[in-house]
Design a protein around this ligand. Structure first.
Ligand SMILES: [Mn+2]
Length: 397
C-alpha cells in the first residue's frame, strides 16, 4: 500500500492563516493523488479551542477528501467513540489540540462529522485486497506522561500486517534539552514504521532498525533554521519498504546571519539592505526573511544605534524581521529572545511545563493529581483566578 504521511497543518495559525489553509489544501490534494491511505500525526489545528471559522476551514479541507474514492478501506477501529467513515484518513490530536482525556478536542469534531478517523489511544485496521496495515495512535501528551501512556496502552503489533506506531512528541535525540523526553530506543518494539509529528522540520531516522519519519509542518511557524527547507509530505510504499518526500509550494523562509563586527551603523544598514535585495530578487511571493545581527560593532557604537524600524517597509516584496539580540556590547548579558512562542527549538509551553515540574519536585509535591493535569488546568483558563479555583477544586475535593 502507498501511505501518505502529512502533519502539523496548524489551521488557524494567526500569522500565516492563509498559508496554513492553502498549503494544507495542496498537501491534501497531492498526497491523496499518490496514495491509498493517509495518516496525520497531529496539530491539525493550531488551537485547543479554534474559532468556528477555523473549524469550518478544517471541515472544508477534510470534506474534500471525504468525497474522494480511496483504494483502501478501514475494516476495524478501536478507540474513543465510534467509527463514522471507512475512508482511510487517519489522524491523532497533537500538543496544540491537547485537552484532558475526557474533553472533546477539535480533531474529535472531524471524526464525529465522519470526515476522518481519530485513533488517539487506539488503533485502526486498513485493508486493500489482501494487504493489511494497522496504525496505532498516541495523541500528544505531556512529555513526562508519554512513557506511562505507552506502557499502559501496551500496543501489540499484529502478525501478518504492516504495523505503524504514530505519535506526537519530542524525543531526546531531536531536542536534547529535558530529561523528560523519551529516547528513540524507548519506543515500543516490533513496528514496521514509526511516524511522529510535533517537530516542524523533516526528520528521517531509524528506530529499532525500522524507518522513523517526521514530515515536518506544512506551514512556517517557528522561523528557525530548520524551516528553510521545503515543506511537504512523505509517501511510504509498504511493498517496496521505500519512501520519498514530495514538496508542496510554500512560502519561502530565509535566515540571513550578518556579522556586524567592526562595522559602524551606516555600513551595517547598507549590508542589511543589500543582502535582503539579493535574497528577494524579483520574487513576487513575499518570502519571510529573518535577519540576525551578531558580533561587536565598531568601538563606540551599540545595537540601539541601528535604526532598523524602517527596513521592513522599504522591502515590500518580503516580510522582514530583524533581531539585534546577538550584538555584543560591554556590560550586557547575551539576550534570550522569545520568538513566535519558541525558546531555542522548544515551545514556550514545553519549557513552561519543565520549569513547573522542577518547582513541584523542589517542594516535594505528592498530591494525587498528576503534574501535567495540574499544568493543563492552570493553562486552560484565560483568567488567573478561575484557573486557581479550578486547580484547588481538583486538588482538594
Ligand atoms: Mn506542531
Amino acid at each position: 500500500m502507498k501511505i501518505a504521511i502529512l502533519s502539523d497543518f496548524h489551521l488557524g495559525y494567526e500569522r500565516f492563516r492563509d498559508d496554513a489553509y492553502t498549503q494544507a489544501r495542496e498537501a491534501f490534494e497531492k498526497a491523496y493523488s499518490m496514495s491509498d491511505m493517509m495518516i496525520m500525526p497531529g496539530d491539525i489545528f493550531d488551537y485547543r479551542h479554534p474559532k468556528p471559522d477555523v473549524i469550518a476551514e478544517g471541515i472544508t479541507l477534510f470534506r474534500e477528501l471525504s468525497k474522494k474514492e480511496f483504494h483502501a478501506r478501514v475494516s476495524l477501529f478501536e478507540g474513543k467513540g465510534e467509527l463514522y467513515t471507512n475512508k482511510p484518513v487517519i489522524l491523532i490530536p497533537g500538543t496544540h489540540e491537547r485537552r484532558s482525556d475526557t474533553d472533546v478536542d477539535p480533531t474529535d469534531i472531524l471524526s464525529l462529522a465522519g470526515l476522518a478517523v481519530n485513533i488517539n489511544m487506539g488503533k485502526v485496521v486498513v485493508e486493500k485486497g489482501n494487504e493489511i496495515v494497522v496504525v496505532f495512535g498516541v495523541g500528544g501528551v505531556a512529555e513526562e506522561r508519554f512513557k506511562e501512556t505507552i506502557d499502559r496502552l501496551a500496543f501489540k503489533p499484529v502478525d501478518g500486517a504492516f504495523n505503524i506506531f504514530m505519535f506526537h512528541q519530542s524525543l531526546y535525540e531531536l531536542l536534547p534539552f529535558s530529561k523528560d523526553f523519551m529516547h528513540v530506543e524507548d519506543l515500543p518494539e516490533g513496528f514496521d514504521l514509526y511516524v511522529d509529528g510535533h517537530i516542524h522540520n523533516r526528520v528521517e531516522m531509524k528506530c529499532h532498525g525500522k524507518p522513523f519519519l517526521i514530515p515536518g509542518s506544512t506551514v512556517l511557524t517557528q522561523l528557525k533554521e530548520g524551516e528553510q527547507e521545503d515543506k511537504g509530505f512523505f509517501i511510504f510504499d509498504t511493498e517496496k519498504k521505500t519512501y520519498a518526500f514530495h514538496k508542496i509550494s510554500s512560502r519561502k523562509f530565509v535566515m540571513l546571519k550578518i556579522d556586524v563586527s567592526g562595522e559602524d551603523p551606516r555600513s551595517v544598514m547598507e549590508t542589511i539592505d543589500k543582502r535582503i535585495k539579493e535574497t528577494t530578487g524579483s520574487s513576487t511571493e513575499r518570502p519571510v526573511i529573518r535577519v540576525e545581527l551578531k558580533g561587536r560593532m565598531k568601538e563606540g557604537f551599540k545595537a540601539s544605534d541601528l535604526d532598523v524600524s524602517k527596513v521592513p517597509a522599504s522591502h515590500a516584496n518580503a516580510i522582514v524581521e530583524i533581531t539585534r539580540g546577538s550584538i555584543v556590547e560591554d556590560g550586557k548579558e547575551e539576550n534570550v529572545e522569545l520568538q513566535s512562542g519558541m525558546l531555542g527549538n522548544v515551545s514556550v509551553r514545553d519549557y513552561g511545563i519543565s520549569i513547573f515540574l522542577e518547582k513541584l519536585r523542589e517542594h516535594g509535591y505528592s498530591l494525587k493529581v498528576s503534574p501535567s493535569r495540574l499544568f493543563e488546568i492552570l493553562s486552560a483558563e484565560g483568567k488567573k483566578e478561575t484557573a486557581v479555583v479550578k486547580a484547588v477544586e481538583e486538588l482538594f475535593s
